[in-house]
Each structure stands twice: as structure tokens, then as C-alpha cells.
Design a protein around this ligand. Sequence first.
Ligand SMILES: Cc1cc2nc3c(=O)[nH]c(=O)nc-3n(C[C@H](O)[C@H](O)[C@H](O)COP(=O)(O)O)c2cc1C
Length: 335
Amino acid sequence: MTEDSRTSYASEALTPDRFAFLAAAGGAAPSLHNSQPWRFRATGDRRGLLVERDPSRAVPVTDPMGRALHVSLGAAVLNLRAAAASLGLECRLRLLPDPERPDLVASLAFDRRPPDAPPNPDAELYPAIAERHSSRQAFTNRDVPERLVAELIAAADHEGVVLAVLEEAETRRILALTADAERRTAADLAREAETRSWVRVEALATDGIPVEALGPLDRDARVPVRSFTGHPPHGGPGSVRFEALPQLATFTTAHDDRSAWVRTGMALERVWLVATVNGLRGSVLHQAVEWPDTRWQLRDPETGPGYVQVILRLGYGPPGARTPRRPVEEILRLD
Ligand SMILES: Cc1cc2nc3c(=O)[nH]c(=O)nc-3n(C[C@H](O)[C@H](O)[C@H](O)COP(=O)(O)O)c2cc1C
């Protein structure tokens, strides 16, 4: 991702540098266990990019439907859109464009933005891509201002997803469901083994909090704390003490299919980037979504029917550590 690749715009086909710039942004997206289940392929005319799922990077025990996999891919697509906007490109997006090609999750066609068009506000999200990290440490008790809450809700709405920023009673209910799900996950040997195969304690933050990171199976691997409920997974290194009342937000869709999952990912990343631009940090609490019955109970009866896809904890605090990413050459095909 060179500065030059951002400033010297080729009028027709995109250069390999530009594709690399886009792929680096897509590859920086959050993903379940940092599995990074994506492949990016330049179209033959070099004016577009195909986003494919990589079945070899699925997490089938924890995520049998591929729901989280598609959420992760959606987050990558949002990053690609923001990166394209930062290059002054228009981007025509199609989700799941070809039913005959189930691995093809999205196609993006790029055009030069007309000179008289106002700047695409998505370009402002681009710098936040590298700044955004999962921050699993304690946040301060400072409230998220109402103005920002409204902006985050609008960001999710932009992708067709409902963001609910929870009040105290709902927060406590969802934390209890998360703790319940986490206990079950910890007792499930197959899930534990699968998680261990993806996650290793890459680094310990100064206060000893493990960072979920990409890695091959590590001899000393420990299952890191994945939630903040005070119930460490069996054999895990311990739980994290966190702010008095975390600010949780749920992402809900009307349907529960591949398109809804990809949209959730785009909404998650858009919300997370807007949050980052505004100095907020975030981390995902996913355990309760991973078990059908706790997931069902996550639905808020007052907001009507819908499927909760992701829970995000937001707050002010440490930025979180950078986690490794696969090299661009591994995730981008130019042929
Ligand atoms: C669908 C999904 C589920 C996730 N579930 C959890 C989780 O339960 N606990 C957690 O700490 N992080 C969770 N994460 C965050 C990933 O672990 C994180 O994105 C990945 O390790 C890369 O790190 P980064 O977000 O700092 O770039 C989830 C992310 C996604 C997209």
C-alpha cells in the first residue's frame, strides 16, 4: 500500500498496485478467530474485483452455517468500498451475483468518480481501517454521546441492518446469555479444539490480557478469553475485568440468509469505523450467537421479529493491539 498507488490514478484499468492497496484494506477486516476467510480476484478487464469465500478457512464446528464467515466477508467488502472511495473511485456492488458460483460473495465494479460529483464520504473511513482493532481491555465508564449513538445507528441503517444500542436491563440480560453460552462452549471439546486451532495467544498486553490472533496451532496455545462476562473458558487464562456496565449494541436483520449475513458484516465494519473515527473502541461478543437457543433469546421482544447477528461492545479505552494478517500476495489473484 504505497502513497504513490493512491495518488497516480490510472484512468482505465486498475494497476496491480491499486489492487494490492484494495486487497490490503479488505484483508484488514475483522473475522471470527481472525480466520480471514477471503480471496480477492481482479476481473479480466481489471476494472473490478471479485470477493470469494475461502472454504479452507471456514470454522465449521463453531459456525456450521457459515454465518460468521459471511459476516467477516461483509466486513472485508465494506473496507474495499472505503478504500476504493479513498482512491476517488465509484464502486458498483453486487452481493452474491452468481447463484452458480456459491464461493462468489460479492463483485465490485469500479469507475472513475465524475469530477463534478461531491466527495464520497466513505473515503473518510479509509484511515480508520488501519486504526481499528478489537479492544478487549476495560473501558472507562464514560457514556457514548447521544449524537454519536445516532450516527452509529444511521451507519448500520445505511447497510440495511438495525443497530440497537442497549439500555441497562437488556445489557445485563445479554451478558447473562453470553456467560451461559460461554460455559457451554468451554465444555464442548470439539469447539475448544477448533478454537485452539485458530487462535493462539500471540501476545500478552502489558496487563496480561491475551490478544486473539491468527496463528498456526501453537504448542503452548491457550484459549484466550473471548468475552467479558467473568466466566473464563475451561483451562483458559482467566477473564477480563471490565467497565461497570458495558455499552453493548446488537446488529439485527429481518432475514437470516447469506445476503443478510454479508450486510451485517458491512454494517458491523461501517459502525466500527465510524466509531473509530470518533475515538470509540470496540470488541465483539459472539458466544451467545453461536448457540441456537441463546441466539433465539437474544431477540428483543420489544423491537419485533428479527435475527441478532453480532453483538458489539463499545466504549472509550485502550486502542487494542494489531493482529497479524495474511500477506496480500496470498489473498489477491490478478490473473
Ligand atoms: C463474526 C465475528 C465474531 C467474532 N467473535 C469474537 C468473540 O466472540 N470474541 C472476541 O474477543 N472477538 C471476536 N471477534 C473479533 C475477532 O477475533 C477479530 O476481529 C480478529 O481477531 C482480528 O482482530 P482485529 O479485530 O483486532 O483486527 C469476532 C469477529 C467477527 C467478525
